[in-house]
Design a protein around this ligand. Structure first.
Ligand code: NAI
Ligand code: MG
Length: 353
């Protein structure tokens, strides 16, 4: 028997309850085939848990998660629950407290999937967005003053630290060395002259330590247009928390659907478990119908195994996804008619074959 991994499974809400089990079935298939052991424990946390118990996860939730090798997560949020809570009480909490400072979000066109960019091929759409995941615009450092008066005002202060920028930048350059050796810093330092001016300065200092990697910066407005017009320009993108959040939905869109995007919230040092989840949310509009695209969730399982060192199993999952899409097994978001569970079954049978 090979290695053993303890995985905390958090379906969350909405389609999480359909796509996470689909992903777990694929995980079990590769574990069997590649001879390692996966033990899972389910946690029914999220907005549904909040409705019943007044909290997204128990007070000792983070301590519980620390005992696992990784966290496999769907998404949280329900229409009937205040939508400022999912990030504050679950996602950001886990990402920051467990120092998952790299949000790794690959963008790749799978064969058989039609990108909305009509002239672009699989060779053109293949890059990685690295979103700084612990600071930046999303630190929720602010206040609303006198909200119900004519003097009402609100502030949000973005936070950028040298430590925070250096560590994501080093990750970017090291990753680029394993890919096409090119890092693009997506920024907006022409207008956010303090935080992003400092961000650029620190990244340029780190860039100087990797002379073999091509480095350049691009403003977010131009980057958004370039995602559509020349995605082949990009290899590794390093950007801040909010810009990376927005760009990754655009990345999902040029891949053909938000439902295809997988991701890892990674603590590279391994001091804490990392968390793997699709880039999208709980999609309450299509929940409970077995029509959600499980591929982003399944791809997240591959990213998790890659992180755990099971590269062969990770590659087999990606090959399984490509096999399924290339054969025309597509869910409704990709104009197909396959169900969530059918896609998972296809991928499992490919792995078993
Ligand atoms: P969303 O990503 O859930 O949905 C946006 C659109 O994409 C919807 O039309 C949805 O049907 C579609 N979509 C998303 N995933 C899909 C999939 N796998 N297959 C097919 N179609 C898919 O974003 P939205 O609607 O803004 O947010 C819904 C809830 O999710 C909110 O409560 C939000 O706060 C939460 N959310 C949670 C996240 C997380 O837990 N990491 C991330 C983003 C949103
Ligand atoms: Mg997002």
């Amino acid at each position: 028997m090979g290695k053993q991994y303890k995985i905390a499974v958090v379906n969350g809400d909405g389609i999480g309850n359909e796509i996470v089990p689909a992903g777990v079935s694929v995980l079990r298939a590769v574990a069997k085939k590649y001879n390692f052991d996966i033990t899972t424990e389910d946690f029914s946390w999220g907005a549904g848990h909040y409705v019943k118990h007044g909290e997204f996860m128990p007070k000792d939730g983070l301590e519980t998660l620390k005992k696992f090798d990784a966290i496999y997560f769907g998404a949280v949020g329900l229409p009937e629950v205040d939508d400022t809570l999912p990030a504050k009480d679950y996602t950001f909490k886990v990402r920051t407290e467990l120092e998952q400072y790299v949000n790794y979000r690959p963008v790749k066109l799978f064969s058989g999937v039609q990108s909305p960019l009509r002239d672009k091929t699989e060779e053109d759409i293949d890059f990685v967005i690295l979103r700084e995941n612990n600071e930046g615009e999303f630190v929720q450092n602010g206040k609303i003053f006198y909200p119900d008066t004519p003097n009402g005002c609100a502030v949000d202060t973005s936070m950028v630290t040298r430590l925070g920028v250096e560590r994501i930048a080093h990750y970017a350059f090291k990753l680029a060395r394993k890919r096409r050796k090119k890092v693009t810093n997506v920024t907006k330092s022409n207008t956010l002259i303090y935080t992003l001016g400092f961000w650029d300065k620190v990244i340029a200092e780190v860039a100087a330590q990797y002379p073999d990697v091509e480095y350049g910066k691009m403003y977010i407005d131009n980057a958004s247009a370039s995602f559509v017009l020349k995605p082949e320009f990009f290899d590794v993108i390093v950007t801040t928390n909010m810009m990376g959040d927005i760009l990754s939905d655009l990345g999902g869109a040029i891949m053909g659907s938000l439902g295809l995007g997988g991701s890892g919230n990674i603590n590279p040092e391994g001091d804490y478990p990392s968390m793997f989840e699709p880039i999208h949310g709980s999609a309450p509009d299509i929940a409970g119908q077995n029509i959600a695209n499980p591929i982003g969730q399944i791809w997240s399982a591959a990213i998790m195994l890659e992180h755990l060192g099971e590269q062969e199993a990770a590659d087999a999952i990606v090959a399984g996804i490509e096999h399924a899409t290339a054969q025309g097994n597509l869910t409704k978001d990709l104009k197909g008619s396959a169900s969530t569970s059918e896609i998972a079954e296809r991928i499992v049978s490919f792995i078993n074959s």
